[in-house]
Design a binder for this molecule. Structure first.
Ligand code: KG4
Ligand code: ZN
Length: 401
């Protein structure tokens, strides 16, 4: 065996494979560039574009048809609460099975409600990543096949870019670039500046858990039932009836006075502190549960507020960025208490706070379709060979511009 782990006899074949792989890669690059040039006319077309969006990155099976003049023609979702709630959380292989079962009907229903056949679409957008490894390929393969059969442009969408761009679909006064975005979901807690489409600069990221993960764990510890497709709404409701002061001192503020991690979020310590509190105290009455939920929620948003102020100071005061607004999106952004607290912070900076409607803060096909439209108009389409990217850095999108 050679150093590279290829036997000498196999070398000629490996060279053939290498040469043909390089050739294929080059052909794909050329084809994809030609495709991009061919799709540039979409930005100047007079009829609005109609794009199908498909989302299967986690546990919601969703599809929607959206137009470039910002109309949502249809928005269909199939949740999986009945599968995951009894398991105490999302089981990726079960979620994948649910997508395989439900996606065909969800897509058909989205097209029916939009009154369109697949041939009348101008493109197919689908979540390429990040997300659960067994779930992403279900949507991606469906999207690729539909696009290829109908010879339509395919747009592989970054799930977090879609959350960040949702407000440009839903707000009558669409926020202009550059804007700051706070993405708070079950998988991410990120504060970033969106300079332009595909150009994102992460200012604060989590060093451990996402805030939604901590919310889900706390809701489970407090035996709160799921509402809709997640435990978050029940925690919000309990917290609204609780006294945050009673247990506040038992839950530490994350990363307080930690100079090394100034530009970082952390939620795992808070999650553990709630577990310890529930174990030590007899948290049994509804009032006890509500009070723990209220203290936990207050600490979460207090931590987010503190980092948001640092990021706003850096971007507005130091870097003189002409930010148009702060957009808050992701499932946790549907929490009214979080929105009100964030509103007070942005008001102090004279910055409008923009939140998509709660329904479109959680995972949905409309946000994928809209991100697809923005990319299609910019000539940023993909070829039919793209694969799922369960881990995919948002900042790396800049390399493909
Ligand atoms: O964006 P999303 O639908 O899925 C991911 O990409 O993760 O976010 C789901 C997260 C879950 O952790 C869920 O419990 C949380 O959002 N969530 C909420 C609320 N609604 C959903 N958290 C707090 N308050 C809510 N009202
Ligand atoms: Zn999401």
């Amino acid at each position: 065996m050679s150093k590279a782990g290829i036997s000498e006899e196999a070398r000629p074949w490996s060279e053939v494979v290498n040469v043909s792989t390089t050739y294929c890669y080059m052909s794909l690059k050329i084809a994809s560039r030609a495709f991009r040039i061919a799709t540039r006319h979409y930005s100047t077309r007079s009829n609005p574009l109609r794009v199908l969006g498909i989302e299967t990155s986690c546990d919601d099976t969703s599809a929607a048809v959206v137009t470039s003049d910002r109309r949502i023609l249809s928005e269909v979702r199939h949740g999986q609460r009945d599968m995951h709630e009894p398991m105490g959380g999302i089981v990726p292989t079960l979620a994948s099975l649910g997508h395989s079962r439900n996606l065909p009907n969800v897509i058909c229903q989205a097209l029916d409600e939009a009154g369109l056949s697949v041939h009348e679409l101008d493109g197919v957008a689908v979540t390429r990543g990040p997300g659960l490894p067994p779930c992403l390929p279900v949507g991606l393969n469906a999207g690729k096949t539909l696009a290829a059969v109908c010879k339509k442009p395919l747009i592989g969408v970054h799930h977090m870019e879609a959350h960040a761009l949702t407000a440009r679909l839903t707000e009558s006064n669409a926020p202009a670039f550059p804007f700051m975005t706070l993405l708070i979901s079950g998988g991410h807690t990120i504060l970033l500046t969106a300079n332009s489409l595909g150009d994102y600069e992460i200012l604060v990221d989590t060093m451990d858990n996402a805030v939604g993960e901590a919310i889900d764990k706390t809701a489970r510890l407090l035996s709160l039932p799921w509402e809709g497709s997640s435990p978050g709404p029940a925690l919000e409701r309990a917290a609204a009836q609780g006294d945050p002061i009673r247990f506040l001192q038992r839950l530490p503020t994350p990363l307080l006075n930690d100079k090394k991690s100034m530009f970082a979020f952390s939620f795992s310590g808070l999650k553990t502190a709630v577990a310890r509190l529930v174990e030590k105290e007899n948290v049994s009455t509804t009032q006890d549960i509500n009070d723990v939920a209220a203290a936990f929620q207050a600490r979460c948003i207090g931590h987010i507020e503190q980092k948001l102020k640092l990021a706003l100071d850096r971007e507005i005061k130091c870097n003189k960025k002409p930010l148009s607004s702060l957009i808050v999106s992701g499932g946790v952004a549907s929490n009214r208490y979080f929105r009100d607290r964030l509103q007070s912070v942005t008001a102090a900076y004279g910055l409008p706070l923009v939140c998509p409607p709660p329904k479109l803060c959680t995972d949905n096909g409309a946000m994928i379709a809209w991100a697809g439209i923005e990319r299609l108009q910019a000539g940023l389409v993909d070829d039919y060979t793209i694969t799922a990217l369960p881990k995919w850095s948002l900042e790396s999108l800049k390399d493909a511009l």
